[in-house]
Write a protein of this length. Structure first.
Length: 202
């Protein structure tokens, strides 16, 4: 515990400003994205398909890099590239659409990803992967997980593989979401007033 007097130089009796909400939201998106993306890559390996994260030179005439790509053909002799996103269901930009149609944020995010990677190189199929913070899955994400789960079942002989995979990804999204809450509180209120002094609880 640290005690700082209001008369100490450098404080002036004012609480430190919390970081802007955009910074907190941005870090939250990155945490969710990283956890989901790494999990997708590991599940490809579990299905017997090697994959590489953040491959380069995947789009013609652009610097776009999908989150990952399989190193061997996935279907019809073509490799598969994916790009994951976890849109916030309750973000202001999604509130109106989400209130009238569940999954609209995920559908919008997947459509944007498809347009972004329209120039992906030949021999590679692209699949967007969107899971909302509320737990709603995009259609492409559901289909891909079902296929990966089917292939894991063929290797492990466990018919529950698809169900387990869906649960692991859903839990990863929610864990990343909730792990930010204590951080947000400590950033916004790192000090408490007590008898004219500032007390920091570590």
């Amino acid at each position: 515990m640290q005690i700082k007097s209001g008369s100490q130089k450098g404080w002036g009796g004012r609480l430190p400003r919390p970081p802007p909400k955009s910074a907190i939201d941005g870090s939250g998106r990155q945490v969710r994205h990283n956890q989901v993306n790494k999990l997708i890559s590991r599940t490809f390996t579990s299905s017997g398909t090697l994959a590489k994260l953040e491959p380069q030179s995947m789009c013609l005439g652009g610097n776009q890099r999908p989150d990952g790509v399989t190193l061997v053909p996935w279907k019809r002799g073509r490799c598969l590239a994916w790009d994951a996103t976890c849109p916030n269901t309750f973000a202001q930009s999604h509130t109106q659409a989400s209130s009238s149609q569940a999954g609209s944020a995920a559908a919008t995010a997947e459509a944007k990803k498809v347009r972004k990677y329209a120039s992906i190189i030949g021999g590679v199929d692209f699949v967007p992967f969107a899971v909302e913070t509320s737990g709603v899955w995009g259609e492409s994400a559901r289909e891909l997980v079902s296929e990966i789960g089917r292939r894991i079942t063929a290797v492990s002989k466990d018919v529950r593989s698809t169900s387990f995979l869906r649960q692991r990804i859903s839990v990863a999204v929610q864990r990343a979401q909730h792990s930010l809450r204590p951080c947000n509180i400590s950033l916004e209120q790192p000090w408490r007033r007590h008898s004219g002094a500032m007390i920091a609880f570590n």
